[in-house]
Design a protein. Structure first.
Length: 522
């Protein structure tokens, strides 16, 4: 683990954690075999990542609301759910999600939901805040009716989440923190090499500026025509922590390369070379080629390794990247393009098998680049493994819970119970300064009169998330579910137009946010 990784509060708790994880297998089997399984889910949407990288994301405190789709688990009348956040979630938002549960009265679902806040807005992981509050931990233990039939879900797993599982006496539905190396940029490249999955040329397990310069020089010799390279922190988040280097005229000269590092470019204006290299020395990272094609896309594949070690495909997506360097995650379209969807799935299966052999369990995503020049076939490059929930997790599971449908693993398409195919466009980053001041109540009122809200009868419509960020930051997330790619796109554009009209044209000034052009179907 790097020096930026949180330290364990209970170093001796690893044995107890391993014992609890054995219990997860039984819990999972009951999930698969009993739709009315009586259990308790504890949701702790802690973003236990490098907090300096996280702070670059506008409204990051409200990312704790991204997992509110978990409330749809209350569709099972015997399920109980505890959802914990740093700051209270507006009751209107909670009711909004409960109203989406088809066939279950809101009052019945609410009785089985326990919303908990630690009332701490500091820029630290939620899990850390919980571990500092022994009386709250005791209260949570009292809320868990039967620890033998309970589990903990978190955004990602670190030693903090392992300690929290031990404190609560329930298993963690996630990876053992001892295996997190395989989700770093360096560990990802190791897995790609072991599985034979195609990935960019580069070097991993670098530790300081000297090793970066040496790797850049070697890469320049290996790729004589390459103009730019990427310098990535091992624990970068959502595209933050990726610096772009333009090669100097003297491509292998150490002095010239040291100078070029002073002019790295990032998605965030808040970064500087000195600060970046300091973080690199703390957490390590990689250098790799920045592939150069006429057309480059950013698809991803989401996988899950069950507690019994079985690896399964979850979904594929076209990711939308943007920001100053085109590296920051903005949104996605489901599913990935059919031209390379099957190849994505095959690569996902190879990587999932390798991670399963390492002992990894839980959800994870794998980012790729799909590249081609005119007249060429697509070439896929594996970029990184994210051993955690990803930006594509909330929209897909919202689709899954809302429709009750399933993914056909052969085609990679999603089908509702009536056989209707489903598609969606989703974003974490619908934002405009003009939206500031719109309260959650305002948004929900607008939706009721617009005809855009998700409709169980048609299985189409819009579901919002991160609603709490709207008033302060003018930002929210949404998933637009349609029966065709075109319908999903139309819902997206109509929703943006509705918000822009409500703010008297002071929004985007165009039919859709600029990044939405990349969500358009060909």
């Amino acid at each position: 683990m790097s020096p930026t990784t949180p330290k364990a509060r209970h170093p001796a708790g690893k044995e107890e954690f391993a014992r609890l994880q054995e219990r997860l297998k039984g819990v999972w089997e009951k999930f698969l075999t009993d739709p009315g399984y009586e259990h308790t889910s504890i949701i702790v949407p802690s973003l236990s990542v490098n907090q300096e990288e996280l702070a670059k994301i506008v409204g990051s405190a409200y990312y704790e609301e991204r997992l509110m789709f978990a409330l749809f688990r209350l569709r099972n009348p015997n399920a109980r759910l505890i959802y914990i956040t740093s700051q209270p979630v507006n009751p209107e938002i909670v009711d909004y999600y409960l109203q989406q549960i088809d066939g279950v009265p809101v009052s019945h679902a609410r009785r089985r939901l326990h919303m908990v806040s630690v009332y701490d807005a500091s820029a630290r992981p939620l899990s850390e805040k919980l571990l500092e509050r022994p009386r709250l931990l005791e209260h949570l233990r009292e809320q868990i009716d039967d620890p033998e039939n309970a589990y903990l879900t978190c955004y990602n797993s670190t030693v903090l989440e392992r300690d929290l599982a031990v404190e609560l006496g329930v298993p963690l539905n996630g990876v053992d923190p001892d295996l997190l190396y395989y989700g770093t940029k360096s560990g990802s490249r190791r897995i790609f090499a072991d599985t034979g999955v195609h990935h960019p040329a580069g070097y991993e397990d670098l530790t300081d500026e000297e090793s970066i310069v040496a790797a850049l020089a070697q890469l320049a010799e290996q790729r004589p025509s390459m103009r730019r390279a990427l310098v990535k922190l091992n624990e970068g988040f959502a595209g933050e922590g990726n610096g772009i280097l333009t090669y100097p005229e003297k491509r292998t000269d150490p002095a010239s390369l040291h100078k070029a590092l002073e002019s790295l470019k990032w998605s965030s204006d808040a970064e500087s070379s000195q600060r970046f290299l300091g973080k690199f020395a703390a957490m390590g990272g990689i250098v790799e080629e920045m592939v150069d094609y006429d057309e480059i896309r950013s698809p991803s594949v989401q996988m899950r390794i069950h507690p019994n070690g079985t690896s399964a495909l979850v979904s594929t997506h076209e990711q939308v990247l943007g920001g100053a360097t085109g590296q920051a995650y903005l949104g996605c379209r489901f599913p990935a393009d059919q031209d390379y969807r099957a190849a994505l799935q095959r690569n996902g299966e190879l990587i999932g098998g390798a991670l399963s052999e390492k002992g990894v369990i839980g959800r994870f995503g794998i980012d790729f680049l799909a590249c081609r020049n005119p007249g060429e076939e697509w070439t896929l490059y594996a970029i990184e493994i994210n051993l955690r929930m990803c930006g594509t997790t909330p929209p897909y599971h919202a689709l899954e819970f809302l429709t009750g449908g399933t993914l056909d693993e052969e085609s990679g398409l999603f089908f509702a119970p009536d056989g209707q195919q489903k598609f969606y466009n989703a974003t974490d980053n619908l934002k405009s300064p003009a939206y500031r001041g719109l309260l959650p109540e305002d948004l929900l009122e607008l939706m009721q009169g617009s005809g855009l809200a998700y409709n169980h009868a048609t299985g189409t419509g819009v579901l919002f998330y991160m609603i709490g960020a709207l008033s302060q930051y003018g930002k929210l997330g949404m998933t637009c579910i349609g029966n065709s790619p075109e319908e999903a796109q139309q819902l997206f554009e109509r929703t943006v137009a509705m918000l822009d009209e409500e703010t008297e044209g002071r929004g985007h000034g165009e039919p859709a946010p600029i990044f939405d052009r990349y969500l358009l179907m060909e």
